[in-house]
Design a protein around this ligand. Structure first.
Ligand SMILES: Nc1ncnc2c1ncn2[C@@H]1O[C@H](COP(=O)(O)OP(=O)(O)OP(=O)(O)O)[C@@H](O)[C@H]1O
Ligand SMILES: O=P(O)(O)OC[C@H]1O[C@H](OP(=O)(O)OP(=O)(O)O)[C@H](O)[C@@H]1O
Ligand SMILES: [Mg+2]
Length: 284
């Protein structure tokens, strides 16, 4: 049975379970459940604190985990990212009150509060900066007002939390994070574990279904080359003859974000009956 760690709380938890459900796996109904078995798929899901997941996976007791890239790096655990999942996107940044520091180089000698000591210590060492790091469990934005630190290093998504605390970012993001699938470093999920391969293919299928739509249209045969240049598909578009001589029907996957522009461009070159439909699942 494949053993998978899933975040039980926080920003990663809901979207991770939703994605697993979309991929056809049984998910818990009650947030108090800690372990559930999906006998049909021969998978066991362990609902764990997101911060602990890399540690469990690196121990080899669990085969695969879903966590945040920032949490994986912060843990220092012997685990590696194998598939980015496109949700819980954020940056990790330094921030302070305006006027405290012009750039990262000014952080020397300062006190930095964070819940991600591993990332911050690693970054300071890399930059050759000597600063004091104070560990706090959360709500670190308040640490400056309360005098516990002069600088914070925290997750920033919209920037609302920083603005509300009267803080501004310093320098470039230390890292870009999102939810990721991880395994023990070097674990052979590729050939050894058919269930793990199936799991990764299913999640990849959900990602593709979320990112692409199917586009169908009719165009004149002489415009076909121009049309398929707009809709090359993932491999190659399907082209079928129409009963009306001189016309063809084309079907191709297109990125959902570009669908409206592509429809306009197809219309402009004479394509008609242009339709897009959602993809619910796929295996490429
Ligand atoms: N506002 C946010 N937007 C996107 N991702 C976020 C956000 N806040 C936290 N994360 C991501 O969630 C993961 C941290 O999960 P964790 O459960 O520890 O914290 P949380 O989501 O802040 O929840 P809580 O603090 O309520 O427990 C990290 O990968 C982090 O990048
Ligand atoms: O840039 P924003 O969109 O404001 O999002 C970032 C905030 O979200 C998270 O906090 P959370 O609400 O989880 O509280 P926490 O600090 O206790 O983790 C994170 O720690 C930041 O504070
Ligand atoms: Mg939090």
């Amino acid at each position: 049975m494949l053993r998978i760690a899933v975040p039980n709380k926080g920003s990663l938890s809901g979207p991770a379970s939703e994605m697993l459900h979309e991929a056809g796996y049984l998910q818990r109904r009650d947030s108090k459940e800690l372990v559930i078995v999906d006998p049909g798929n021969e998978v066991e899901f362990f609902y764990l604190r997101p911060r602990d997941i890399a540690i469990y996976v690196s121990s080899g007791r669990l085969d695969i985990g879903i966590t945040g890239r920032d949490l994986l790096v912060d843990s220092g655990a012997d685990a590696e990212e194998i598939l980015p999942l496109g949700f819980a996107r954020s940056t990790f940044r330094y921030a302070t009150r305006p006027g405290t520091a012009g750039g990262v180089k000014d952080l020397g000698g300062m006190t930095i509060a964070t819940s991600y000591e591993g990332i911050v210590a690693g970054h300071l060492a890399q930059e050759g900066i000597d600063a004091t790091v104070v560990h706090l469990d959360g709500a670190v934005e308040t640490a400056i007002e309360l005098g516990v630190a002069q600088v914070i290093a925290d997750v920033v998504e919209t920037g609302t939390s920083l603005r509300n605390a009267g803080l501004e970012v310093i320098g470039d993001p230390i890292m870009h994070s999102e939810a990721v699938v991880i395994r023990r470093t070097g674990a052979d999920t590729d050939t050894d574990q058919p269930k793990a391969q199936q799991f990764l293919r299913r999640l990849h299928g959900v990602l593709v279904a979320r990112t692409y739509v199917m586009m169908d249209y009719d165009c004149r045969a002489e415009d076909l080359e121009q049309a398929v240049a707009l809709t090359p598909g993932l491999e190659s578009p399907t082209v079928s003859p129409l009963h009306n001589e001189g016309w063809v029907a084309v079907r191709a996957m297109v990125p959902a974000k570009e669908a409206q522009q592509i429809m306009d461009d197809l219309y402009a070159i004479g394509a008609r009956a242009i339709l897009t439909t959602a993809i619910h699942a796929c295996r490429l």
